[in-house]
Design a protein around this ligand. Sequence first.
Ligand SMILES: *Cc1c(COP(=O)(O)O)cnc(C)c1O
Length: 400
Amino acid sequence: MKNTTRTLPIKDHFILPEGMIYLDGNSLGPLPKGTTARLGQMVEDEWGDHLITGWNKDGWMDQPARVGNMVARLIGAPEGSVTMGDTLSVKVYQALSAALKMRPDRRVILSDNGNFPSDLYMAQGLVQQLGQGYELRVVDPEEVAGAMDDTVAVVMITQVDYRTGRMHDMNAVTQAVQQAGAVMLWDLAHSAGAVPVDLAGSNCEFAVGCTYKYLNGGPGAPAFIYARDDVAEIMQPALAGWLGHDAPFAFEPDYRPAPGIARMRVGTPPVMQMTALEHALSVWDGIDMQALRGASIRLSELFIKQVEAQCPDLTLVSPRNAAMRGSQVSFAFTEGYAAMQALIAHHVIGDFRAPNIMRFGFTPLYLDEDDVLKAVDILAKVMRDRLWDTPEFRKRNAVT
Ligand SMILES: *Cc1c(COP(=O)(O)O)cnc(C)c1O
Protein backbone atom coordinates (compact mmCIF):
# COMPACT_ATOMS: atom_id res chain seq x y z
CA MET A 1 0.00 0.00 0.00
CA LYS A 2 1.16 3.53 -0.72
CA ASN A 3 1.83 5.69 2.31
CA THR A 4 0.14 8.79 0.95
CA THR A 5 -3.48 9.17 2.01
CA ARG A 6 -5.84 10.23 -0.75
CA THR A 7 -8.47 12.90 -0.41
CA LEU A 8 -12.00 11.79 -1.24
CA PRO A 9 -13.76 11.63 -3.59
CA ILE A 10 -11.59 10.10 -6.32
CA LYS A 11 -14.23 10.31 -9.06
CA ASP A 12 -11.64 10.30 -11.85
CA HIS A 13 -10.87 6.66 -11.01
CA PHE A 14 -14.33 5.56 -12.20
CA ILE A 15 -16.38 5.51 -15.38
CA LEU A 16 -19.66 7.16 -14.42
CA PRO A 17 -22.17 7.88 -17.19
CA GLU A 18 -22.57 11.60 -17.86
CA GLY A 19 -25.56 13.07 -16.05
CA MET A 20 -26.21 10.05 -13.85
CA ILE A 21 -26.16 10.15 -10.04
CA TYR A 22 -25.37 6.65 -8.91
CA LEU A 23 -26.69 5.83 -5.44
CA ASP A 24 -26.56 2.06 -5.98
CA GLY A 25 -22.89 1.24 -5.41
CA ASN A 26 -24.11 -0.84 -2.47
CA SER A 27 -25.64 -3.25 -5.01
CA LEU A 28 -23.23 -3.08 -7.93
CA GLY A 29 -20.19 -0.81 -7.86
CA PRO A 30 -19.28 1.13 -11.04
CA LEU A 31 -16.53 0.29 -13.51
CA PRO A 32 -13.11 1.54 -12.37
CA LYS A 33 -11.03 3.24 -15.05
CA GLY A 34 -8.42 0.93 -16.50
CA THR A 35 -10.37 -2.27 -15.83
CA THR A 36 -11.34 -2.59 -19.49
CA ALA A 37 -7.73 -2.22 -20.62
CA ARG A 38 -6.43 -4.61 -17.96
CA LEU A 39 -9.03 -7.22 -18.90
CA GLY A 40 -8.27 -6.82 -22.60
CA GLN A 41 -4.58 -7.30 -21.88
CA MET A 42 -5.26 -10.35 -19.73
CA VAL A 43 -7.39 -11.94 -22.44
CA GLU A 44 -5.03 -11.20 -25.32
CA ASP A 45 -1.58 -11.47 -23.76
CA GLU A 46 -2.15 -13.95 -20.96
CA TRP A 47 -4.91 -16.23 -22.17
CA GLY A 48 -4.26 -15.65 -25.90
CA ASP A 49 -0.47 -15.87 -25.94
CA HIS A 50 0.43 -17.82 -22.85
CA LEU A 51 -2.47 -20.29 -22.83
CA ILE A 52 -2.00 -22.99 -20.18
CA THR A 53 1.32 -21.52 -19.01
CA GLY A 54 -0.61 -18.52 -17.69
CA TRP A 55 -1.39 -20.48 -14.53
CA ASN A 56 2.28 -20.14 -13.53
CA LYS A 57 3.63 -17.34 -15.71
CA ASP A 58 0.82 -14.87 -15.02
CA GLY A 59 0.18 -15.90 -11.44
CA TRP A 60 -3.39 -17.10 -12.05
CA MET A 61 -3.09 -19.92 -9.52
CA ASP A 62 -1.96 -17.61 -6.70
CA GLN A 63 -4.53 -14.97 -7.54
CA PRO A 64 -7.13 -16.02 -4.94
CA ALA A 65 -4.54 -15.61 -2.17
CA ARG A 66 -3.06 -12.43 -3.66
CA VAL A 67 -6.45 -10.77 -4.09
CA GLY A 68 -7.46 -12.14 -0.68
CA ASN A 69 -4.61 -10.13 0.84
CA MET A 70 -5.88 -6.96 -0.83
CA VAL A 71 -9.34 -7.56 0.66
CA ALA A 72 -7.80 -8.46 4.03
CA ARG A 73 -6.29 -4.98 4.33
CA LEU A 74 -9.75 -3.42 3.99
CA ILE A 75 -11.39 -5.58 6.67
CA GLY A 76 -8.72 -5.65 9.36
CA ALA A 77 -7.62 -9.21 8.63
CA PRO A 78 -4.00 -10.42 8.71
CA GLU A 79 -2.09 -11.36 5.57
CA GLY A 80 -2.85 -14.91 4.47
CA SER A 81 -6.21 -15.16 6.27
CA VAL A 82 -8.55 -14.52 3.31
CA THR A 83 -9.13 -16.39 0.07
CA MET A 84 -11.36 -15.64 -2.90
CA GLY A 85 -13.74 -17.63 -5.07
CA ASP A 86 -17.27 -18.80 -5.80
CA THR A 87 -20.21 -16.64 -4.73
CA LEU A 88 -21.10 -15.34 -1.31
CA SER A 89 -23.90 -17.90 -0.93
CA VAL A 90 -21.38 -20.72 -1.40
CA LYS A 91 -18.96 -19.13 1.07
CA VAL A 92 -21.78 -18.85 3.64
CA TYR A 93 -22.39 -22.60 3.24
CA GLN A 94 -18.71 -23.43 3.63
CA ALA A 95 -18.25 -21.30 6.73
CA LEU A 96 -21.47 -22.55 8.32
CA SER A 97 -20.68 -26.21 7.80
CA ALA A 98 -17.12 -25.78 9.10
CA ALA A 99 -18.47 -23.92 12.16
CA LEU A 100 -21.00 -26.68 12.93
CA LYS A 101 -18.23 -29.27 12.86
CA MET A 102 -16.40 -27.29 15.54
CA ARG A 103 -19.34 -27.75 17.98
CA PRO A 104 -20.48 -31.34 17.39
CA ASP A 105 -22.61 -31.47 20.55
CA ARG A 106 -24.72 -28.45 19.53
CA ARG A 107 -27.39 -28.37 16.82
CA VAL A 108 -28.61 -24.79 16.31
CA ILE A 109 -27.65 -22.17 13.75
CA LEU A 110 -28.83 -18.82 15.11
CA SER A 111 -29.51 -15.90 12.77
CA ASP A 112 -31.66 -12.78 12.68
CA ASN A 113 -34.60 -11.80 10.52
CA GLY A 114 -32.69 -8.85 9.07
CA ASN A 115 -30.38 -11.26 7.32
CA PHE A 116 -30.33 -11.56 3.54
CA PRO A 117 -32.58 -14.41 2.40
CA SER A 118 -29.82 -16.33 0.58
CA ASP A 119 -27.88 -16.68 3.85
CA LEU A 120 -30.98 -18.12 5.52
CA TYR A 121 -31.72 -20.36 2.53
CA MET A 122 -28.17 -21.76 2.59
CA ALA A 123 -28.59 -22.53 6.29
CA GLN A 124 -31.94 -24.22 5.61
CA GLY A 125 -30.38 -26.35 2.87
CA LEU A 126 -27.47 -27.33 5.10
CA VAL A 127 -29.76 -28.24 8.00
CA GLN A 128 -31.84 -30.46 5.69
CA GLN A 129 -28.74 -32.11 4.35
CA LEU A 130 -27.40 -32.84 7.84
CA GLY A 131 -30.66 -34.04 9.45
CA GLN A 132 -29.92 -35.34 12.97
CA GLY A 133 -31.84 -32.57 14.71
CA TYR A 134 -29.97 -29.63 13.21
CA GLU A 135 -32.09 -26.50 13.00
CA LEU A 136 -32.02 -22.85 11.99
CA ARG A 137 -33.37 -20.46 14.62
CA VAL A 138 -34.16 -16.89 13.54
CA VAL A 139 -34.74 -14.05 16.03
CA ASP A 140 -35.09 -10.25 15.92
CA PRO A 141 -31.74 -8.46 15.42
CA GLU A 142 -31.88 -6.97 18.93
CA GLU A 143 -32.39 -10.39 20.45
CA VAL A 144 -29.34 -12.25 19.22
CA ALA A 145 -27.32 -11.98 22.44
CA GLY A 146 -30.38 -12.81 24.56
CA ALA A 147 -31.16 -15.89 22.47
CA MET A 148 -27.84 -17.57 23.25
CA ASP A 149 -27.94 -20.89 25.07
CA ASP A 150 -25.93 -24.10 25.06
CA THR A 151 -27.73 -25.49 22.01
CA VAL A 152 -26.38 -22.76 19.71
CA ALA A 153 -23.39 -23.96 17.70
CA VAL A 154 -22.93 -20.97 15.40
CA VAL A 155 -24.33 -17.47 15.04
CA MET A 156 -24.51 -16.22 11.46
CA ILE A 157 -25.47 -12.61 10.94
CA THR A 158 -24.95 -9.90 8.38
CA GLN A 159 -23.42 -6.88 10.06
CA VAL A 160 -25.28 -4.29 8.00
CA ASP A 161 -28.94 -5.00 7.21
CA TYR A 162 -29.42 -4.96 3.42
CA ARG A 163 -32.82 -3.26 3.68
CA THR A 164 -32.39 -0.66 6.40
CA GLY A 165 -28.65 -0.26 6.89
CA ARG A 166 -29.01 -1.05 10.62
CA MET A 167 -25.57 -2.13 11.86
CA HIS A 168 -24.68 -4.69 14.50
CA ASP A 169 -21.89 -3.94 16.99
CA MET A 170 -19.41 -6.54 15.80
CA ASN A 171 -17.27 -6.70 18.95
CA ALA A 172 -20.16 -6.79 21.42
CA VAL A 173 -22.11 -9.48 19.56
CA THR A 174 -19.01 -11.62 18.98
CA GLN A 175 -18.16 -11.44 22.66
CA ALA A 176 -21.65 -12.48 23.76
CA VAL A 177 -21.69 -15.34 21.25
CA GLN A 178 -18.29 -16.66 22.25
CA GLN A 179 -19.04 -16.35 25.96
CA ALA A 180 -21.99 -18.68 25.34
CA GLY A 181 -19.61 -21.15 23.70
CA ALA A 182 -20.73 -20.66 20.09
CA VAL A 183 -18.81 -19.86 16.91
CA MET A 184 -19.27 -16.42 15.26
CA LEU A 185 -19.73 -16.00 11.51
CA TRP A 186 -20.10 -12.47 10.13
CA ASP A 187 -21.41 -11.67 6.68
CA LEU A 188 -19.71 -8.45 5.53
CA ALA A 189 -21.61 -8.03 2.23
CA HIS A 190 -22.59 -4.45 3.11
CA SER A 191 -19.56 -3.73 5.32
CA ALA A 192 -16.50 -4.41 3.18
CA GLY A 193 -15.51 -1.11 1.59
CA ALA A 194 -18.42 0.63 3.32
CA VAL A 195 -17.39 0.89 6.98
CA PRO A 196 -14.14 0.26 8.86
CA VAL A 197 -13.98 -3.41 9.92
CA ASP A 198 -11.48 -4.88 12.38
CA LEU A 199 -11.88 -8.63 11.96
CA ALA A 200 -8.77 -9.55 13.92
CA GLY A 201 -9.82 -7.23 16.74
CA SER A 202 -13.31 -8.73 16.86
CA ASN A 203 -11.83 -12.21 17.39
CA CYS A 204 -14.63 -13.81 15.32
CA GLU A 205 -13.96 -17.24 13.87
CA PHE A 206 -15.33 -16.68 10.34
CA ALA A 207 -16.31 -13.90 7.98
CA VAL A 208 -17.54 -13.88 4.39
CA GLY A 209 -18.54 -11.21 1.91
CA CYS A 210 -18.92 -10.23 -1.71
CA THR A 211 -16.89 -7.88 -3.89
CA TYR A 212 -19.30 -6.57 -6.51
CA LYS A 213 -20.97 -4.13 -4.11
CA TYR A 214 -18.75 -1.52 -2.42
CA LEU A 215 -15.54 -3.11 -3.76
CA ASN A 216 -16.46 -2.57 -7.43
CA GLY A 217 -15.32 -5.98 -8.71
CA GLY A 218 -18.07 -6.14 -11.36
CA PRO A 219 -21.14 -8.37 -11.78
CA GLY A 220 -20.34 -11.92 -10.67
CA ALA A 221 -17.06 -10.93 -8.94
CA PRO A 222 -15.77 -13.66 -6.60
CA ALA A 223 -16.63 -13.72 -2.90
CA PHE A 224 -14.19 -13.79 0.03
CA ILE A 225 -13.89 -15.97 3.09
CA TYR A 226 -11.86 -15.36 6.25
CA ALA A 227 -11.03 -17.71 9.11
CA ARG A 228 -9.14 -16.83 12.31
CA ASP A 229 -5.65 -18.35 12.05
CA ASP A 230 -6.13 -21.06 14.71
CA VAL A 231 -9.50 -22.00 13.18
CA ALA A 232 -8.10 -22.12 9.65
CA GLU A 233 -5.72 -24.93 10.69
CA ILE A 234 -8.42 -27.20 12.14
CA MET A 235 -11.53 -26.48 10.05
CA GLN A 236 -12.93 -29.24 7.86
CA PRO A 237 -14.27 -28.07 4.48
CA ALA A 238 -17.59 -29.53 3.38
CA LEU A 239 -16.85 -28.65 -0.23
CA ALA A 240 -13.57 -30.53 -0.53
CA GLY A 241 -12.43 -29.47 -3.99
CA TRP A 242 -9.11 -30.25 -5.59
CA LEU A 243 -7.77 -26.70 -5.33
CA GLY A 244 -8.34 -26.79 -1.58
CA HIS A 245 -6.23 -29.97 -1.41
CA ASP A 246 -2.76 -29.89 0.10
CA ALA A 247 -1.24 -31.11 -3.18
CA PRO A 248 -3.68 -30.57 -6.06
CA PHE A 249 -1.23 -31.69 -8.70
CA ALA A 250 -0.32 -34.90 -6.91
CA PHE A 251 -3.81 -36.10 -7.91
CA GLU A 252 -4.14 -38.30 -4.85
CA PRO A 253 -7.33 -40.34 -4.48
CA ASP A 254 -8.06 -39.01 -0.96
CA TYR A 255 -8.67 -35.46 0.19
CA ARG A 256 -6.15 -33.79 2.49
CA PRO A 257 -6.82 -30.13 3.28
CA ALA A 258 -4.36 -27.44 2.22
CA PRO A 259 -2.80 -25.45 5.06
CA GLY A 260 -4.91 -22.61 6.41
CA ILE A 261 -7.54 -20.65 4.53
CA ALA A 262 -6.47 -22.13 1.14
CA ARG A 263 -8.56 -25.21 1.99
CA MET A 264 -11.65 -23.06 1.41
CA ARG A 265 -10.78 -22.89 -2.27
CA VAL A 266 -12.92 -25.30 -4.26
CA GLY A 267 -12.25 -25.47 -8.00
CA THR A 268 -10.72 -23.47 -10.84
CA PRO A 269 -10.85 -19.74 -10.03
CA PRO A 270 -12.64 -17.33 -12.41
CA VAL A 271 -9.46 -15.66 -13.64
CA MET A 272 -11.13 -12.92 -15.68
CA GLN A 273 -13.40 -11.86 -12.83
CA MET A 274 -10.52 -12.12 -10.41
CA THR A 275 -8.41 -9.90 -12.71
CA ALA A 276 -11.14 -7.25 -12.87
CA LEU A 277 -11.42 -7.37 -9.08
CA GLU A 278 -7.66 -7.17 -8.56
CA HIS A 279 -7.62 -4.01 -10.62
CA ALA A 280 -10.65 -2.57 -8.81
CA LEU A 281 -8.99 -3.15 -5.45
CA SER A 282 -5.88 -1.21 -6.50
CA VAL A 283 -8.12 1.89 -6.40
CA TRP A 284 -8.19 1.50 -2.59
CA ASP A 285 -4.46 2.14 -2.20
CA GLY A 286 -4.05 5.08 0.15
CA ILE A 287 -7.73 5.25 1.11
CA ASP A 288 -8.11 5.77 4.85
CA MET A 289 -11.15 3.83 6.07
CA GLN A 290 -11.84 6.25 8.93
CA ALA A 291 -11.86 9.17 6.48
CA LEU A 292 -14.16 7.16 4.19
CA ARG A 293 -16.51 6.53 7.10
CA GLY A 294 -16.53 10.23 7.98
CA ALA A 295 -17.41 11.16 4.39
CA SER A 296 -20.09 8.45 4.23
CA ILE A 297 -21.75 9.78 7.38
CA ARG A 298 -21.65 13.37 6.09
CA LEU A 299 -23.29 12.37 2.80
CA SER A 300 -25.92 10.19 4.51
CA GLU A 301 -26.82 12.84 7.08
CA LEU A 302 -27.16 15.48 4.38
CA PHE A 303 -29.41 13.17 2.37
CA ILE A 304 -31.68 12.37 5.33
CA LYS A 305 -31.99 16.03 6.31
CA GLN A 306 -32.84 17.17 2.78
CA VAL A 307 -35.26 14.31 2.03
CA GLU A 308 -37.14 14.85 5.27
CA ALA A 309 -37.38 18.57 4.53
CA GLN A 310 -38.56 18.13 0.93
CA CYS A 311 -40.38 14.78 0.73
CA PRO A 312 -42.98 14.53 3.51
CA ASP A 313 -44.45 11.29 2.08
CA LEU A 314 -41.23 9.35 2.68
CA THR A 315 -40.53 7.75 6.06
CA LEU A 316 -36.99 7.05 7.23
CA VAL A 317 -36.58 3.35 8.03
CA SER A 318 -32.82 3.43 8.65
CA PRO A 319 -31.51 4.15 12.15
CA ARG A 320 -31.40 7.89 12.75
CA ASN A 321 -28.20 7.53 14.73
CA ALA A 322 -25.37 7.47 12.17
CA ALA A 323 -23.24 5.28 14.44
CA MET A 324 -25.82 2.51 14.07
CA ARG A 325 -26.04 2.73 10.28
CA GLY A 326 -23.88 1.33 7.51
CA SER A 327 -23.33 3.32 4.31
CA GLN A 328 -26.89 3.26 3.03
CA VAL A 329 -30.15 5.03 3.79
CA SER A 330 -33.66 3.74 3.19
CA PHE A 331 -37.05 5.37 3.10
CA ALA A 332 -40.43 3.64 3.08
CA PHE A 333 -43.17 4.74 0.68
CA THR A 334 -46.25 2.68 -0.28
CA GLU A 335 -45.59 3.25 -3.99
CA GLY A 336 -41.84 2.91 -3.51
CA TYR A 337 -41.39 0.66 -6.53
CA ALA A 338 -43.00 3.10 -8.96
CA ALA A 339 -41.26 6.06 -7.30
CA MET A 340 -37.88 4.39 -7.73
CA GLN A 341 -38.61 3.64 -11.39
CA ALA A 342 -39.51 7.30 -11.95
CA LEU A 343 -36.36 8.40 -10.16
CA ILE A 344 -34.23 6.07 -12.29
CA ALA A 345 -35.90 7.50 -15.44
CA HIS A 346 -34.59 10.86 -14.21
CA HIS A 347 -31.04 9.45 -13.92
CA VAL A 348 -30.86 9.06 -10.16
CA ILE A 349 -30.16 5.40 -9.55
CA GLY A 350 -31.15 3.78 -6.27
CA ASP A 351 -33.00 0.53 -5.77
CA PHE A 352 -36.18 -0.92 -4.36
CA ARG A 353 -36.50 -3.69 -1.79
CA ALA A 354 -39.89 -5.30 -1.19
CA PRO A 355 -42.35 -4.50 0.18
CA ASN A 356 -41.96 -0.69 0.18
CA ILE A 357 -38.35 0.35 0.63
CA MET A 358 -36.44 2.87 -1.48
CA ARG A 359 -32.77 2.28 -0.82
CA PHE A 360 -29.84 4.61 -1.48
CA GLY A 361 -26.16 3.74 -1.14
CA PHE A 362 -23.51 6.33 -0.26
CA THR A 363 -20.08 5.64 -1.66
CA PRO A 364 -17.59 8.41 -0.90
CA LEU A 365 -15.09 7.17 -3.49
CA TYR A 366 -17.16 8.76 -6.23
CA LEU A 367 -19.97 10.80 -4.61
CA ASP A 368 -19.86 14.29 -3.14
CA GLU A 369 -22.32 16.65 -1.46
CA ASP A 370 -23.30 18.25 -4.75
CA ASP A 371 -24.43 14.84 -6.05
CA VAL A 372 -26.53 14.33 -2.94
CA LEU A 373 -28.21 17.73 -3.24
CA LYS A 374 -28.97 17.20 -6.94
CA ALA A 375 -30.38 13.72 -6.23
CA VAL A 376 -32.71 15.06 -3.56
CA ASP A 377 -33.92 17.87 -5.85
CA ILE A 378 -34.93 15.28 -8.45
CA LEU A 379 -36.49 12.98 -5.85
CA ALA A 380 -38.48 15.91 -4.47
CA LYS A 381 -39.77 16.71 -7.94
CA VAL A 382 -40.76 13.06 -8.54
CA MET A 383 -42.70 13.08 -5.28
CA ARG A 384 -44.23 16.56 -5.51
CA ASP A 385 -45.44 16.16 -9.10
CA ARG A 386 -46.41 12.47 -8.63
CA LEU A 387 -44.20 11.57 -11.63
CA TRP A 388 -44.26 7.96 -10.43
CA ASP A 389 -48.02 7.61 -10.90
CA THR A 390 -48.05 5.94 -14.33
CA PRO A 391 -48.73 2.33 -15.46
CA GLU A 392 -45.23 2.19 -16.95
CA PHE A 393 -43.49 2.85 -13.62
CA ARG A 394 -45.74 0.43 -11.72
CA LYS A 395 -44.82 -2.49 -13.97
CA ARG A 396 -42.38 -4.79 -12.15
CA ASN A 397 -39.16 -5.95 -13.81
CA ALA A 398 -37.55 -9.30 -12.97
CA VAL A 399 -34.63 -7.64 -11.20
CA THR A 400 -35.63 -4.89 -8.82
C1 LIG B 1 -25.60 -9.44 -1.75
C2 LIG B 1 -25.71 -10.49 -0.70
C3 LIG B 1 -25.68 -11.86 -1.00
C4 LIG B 1 -25.60 -12.34 -2.42
O1 LIG B 1 -25.00 -13.60 -2.51
P1 LIG B 1 -24.39 -14.12 -3.89
O2 LIG B 1 -24.16 -15.54 -3.67
O3 LIG B 1 -23.14 -13.32 -4.15
O4 LIG B 1 -25.41 -13.84 -4.97
C5 LIG B 1 -25.70 -12.77 0.05
N1 LIG B 1 -25.80 -12.35 1.35
C6 LIG B 1 -25.87 -11.04 1.67
C7 LIG B 1 -25.97 -10.64 3.09
C8 LIG B 1 -25.85 -10.08 0.66
O5 LIG B 1 -25.95 -8.79 0.97
